[in-house]
Design a protein around this ligand. Structure first.
Ligand code: ZN
Length: 453
């Protein structure tokens, strides 16, 4: 029995290095940065099939990660460019374009395993700590211990948000992430070589497609990627690796028809979007949703909503009393909805061949009724109460004026699902652009509660 211990294969252990951040501070710094990412980049909705798949795969890989048990989270950015990045303490973002570019599940898992490894190795906070040490006199560093590293970090203008210098990895960090990633892949049952293959494929394509540059500059080739992976794999027993899952094939089919936003489109989208680094906050006047929920029973569905919001019949004359609005007390001003959700049905003008076509007709109809409203990005698949529907972000003009009296942009999240009688049941979640993300978790929670009759 003693032999078992010596036979067990060695795994790469996380390296340690100078880090001013306690694990709690690291998690907090990552959460702050993730909040910024959520405001600055278009994400696929949490309940979308693609996001759910990535979360499942990501958490499975993370369960094999050594070291500190960080609270990992995974979100998909609706962006075409191939990229992925990890924030301190666990938040990982992967672009839709990366999923589209992966030829097999192991390649996709490789990108996630590599990002998870950057979290394990605390590469972001270690790089930031070095910078802080270089900028602060040692005496201050000493007296800082026990005080908040985060406030020092803020004072020095160091952040981990979108485009942060500290998310650009050194070649040394890349080597470490590759080695840990190899073990995570192996232990999860994936062929670790696929990780190096994917990076090599990107390099081969670099130059032909300018959009790759970002990924490769954030994750520079340490020089011997493939051979380092082979070397590590050779220390582990031969293994039969798992094939692509049915889920992966289904997701690949779904993403093939999606048109994620280009970097230019995202820059345009950000103009109508809060880019402030202030934490998301609710405006006053009873807009903030209570955590206690109430349930509303409609003839067509059931939905939960914050207890301090109310249900009012919608003013839409065409809907024959079907439409309702659920909104905070002050979410409706001058008869116009500023915060809340409109739920209605949409009878298709003609027999629609598929959900995509139906969803596009609905967007067109909403744009006609609401001048200035337009889709930001393309519709993605979403599952609501077991039904395959479509989700799309819209931009419009908010009835609420900005503080300086100017018109401000509104964000509308449109989700539509088939009712089974040829019509669609749809939800438009509405808020001024700069407050939308503060309400998004509430909107997502409401959507998850929906039961269609
Ligand atoms: Zn990397």
């Amino acid at each position: 029995m003693v032999a078992l211990a010596t036979l067990s294969q060695a795994r790469v252990q996380p390296s340690s290095g100078f880090d001013l951040f306690s694990p709690q501070e690291e998690i907090q710094a990552g959460r702050q940065a993730a909040g910024e990412v959520v405001r600055q980049l278009p994400l696929l909705p949490e309940p979308s099939a693609v996001t759910k798949y990535i979360q499942k795969l990501g958490h499975e890989l993370a369960s094999h990660a050594p070291g500190e048990k960080w609270p990992y989270s995974f979100r998909v950015v609706n962006q075409k460019d191939i990229n992925a990045f990890a924030l301190p303490g666990g938040p990982i973002f992967i672009n839709l374009g990366t999923i589209q570019a992966a030829d097999n599940e192991a390649e996709l898992a490789g990108v996630l395993a590599h990002e998870i490894s950057h979290v394990v190795q605390r590469h972001g906070t270690r790089a930031a700590s070095k910078q802080m040490a270089a900028e602060l006199p040692l005496a201050i560093i000493g007296s800082m211990m026990g005080r908040s590293t985060l406030s020092q970090m803020a004072q020095l203008g160091i952040s981990f948000g979108v485009g942060s210098y500290f998310l650009k990895n050194s070649r040394e960090s890349e080597s470490e992430a590759d080695l840990l990633g190899t073990d995570i892949m192996y232990d999860t049952g994936f062929n670790p070589h696929a990780m190096a293959d994917f990076f090599a494929k990107l390099e081969a394509q670099d130059g032909k497609q300018g959009s790759l540059a970002q990924f490769l500059s954030d994750h520079p080739n340490p020089g011997n990627r493939a051979s380092a992976v082979s070397q590590e794999v050779s220390t582990l027993p031969a293994k039969k690796y798992r094939p692509d899952s049915a889920d992966f094939r289904k997701i690949k089919e779904q993403v093939a028809s999606l048109h994620p936003m280009t970097a230019e489109q995202i820059a345009e989208w950000q103009k109508g979007h809060a880019t402030t680094s202030q934490p998301a906050s609710f405006p006053g006047n009873g807009i903030a949703p209570s955590t206690a929920l109430k349930t509303f029973e409609h003839e067509g569905y059931k939905i939960s909503y914050p207890e301090n919001w109310r249900v009012v019949a919608s003013q839409n004359k065409d809907s024959n009393g079907f439409a309702v609005t659920i909104a905070p007390a002050n979410g409706i001003s001058n008869g116009q909805l500023t915060y809340g959700v409109v739920i209605d049905r949409y009878a298709l003008p003609s027999a629609s061949v598929d959900m995509e076509d139906a969803a596009n007709k609905l967007i067109q109809s909403l744009s006609e009724a609401n001048p200035g409203m337009r889709a930001a990005g393309s519709a993605t698949n979403i599952r609501v109460n077991g039904r395959e529907g479509k989700s799309v972000d819209l931009i419009g003009n908010s009835p609420e004026k900005a503080a300086n009296g100017n018109t401000q942009q509104e964000r509308d999240w449109l989700v539509s699902i088939p009712r089974g009688d040829g019509s669609l049941l749809y939800f438009v979640f509405i808020a001024p652009a700069n407050n939308f993300d503060a309400l998004r978790p509430t909107f997502e929670q409401m959507l998850r509660s929906v039961q269609v009759h």
